[in-house]
Design a binder for this molecule. Structure first.
Ligand SMILES: [Zn+2]
Length: 134
């Protein structure tokens, strides 16, 4: 098969949904739309890491656990995201858990970061609470 995806590839959403950024995480990043599920919020946060959108990362963090500032490591390049498991976090839930593996590369080479993250809602909006290595 001929690869005609190259120009389109650059528009693909970094969260690996297969959709274009404009139809995927962009509206969540701009605040135009809310993430309907904890997994969706998690994906939008991964995209924000790829795009180095620290303002969105802070905005989607629970106020009780949110750091005052967020310094993103410029040496890290995020290469992929795998959702391993989700518990609750649906449209009718108040809390949810998402376990994922983020694949990245830094000056030491490729690495995988597996984390189990907790999400809850503040004023109806999903936010990231905290996470632990899994
Ligand atoms: Zn996306």
């Amino acid at each position: 098969m001929t690869d005609i995806s190259a120009p389109v590839q650059s528009l693909r959403c970094p969260c690996r949904s297969g959709a274009n950024y404009a139809e995927c995480c962009e509206a969540i990043h701009t605040g135009e739309r809310d993430a309907p599920t904890a997994e969706r919020l998690m994906r939008s946060r991964y995209s924000a890491f790829v795009l180095e959108n620290s303002a969105y990362l802070l905005a989607s963090w629970h106020p009780t656990t949110r750091p005052a500032t967020l310094e993103l490591d410029p040496a890290v390049r995020w290469l992929g995201l795998v959702i391993e498991e989700t518990v609750s976090g649906g449209p009718f839930d108040a809390e949810g858990v998402v376990e994922f593996t983020a694949i990245g590369r830094d000056t030491d080479g490729r690495f995988e970061q597996r984390e189990r993250s907790n999400f809850s809602r503040v004023d109806g909006r999903w936010v990231y609470v905290d996470g632990a290595s899994a």
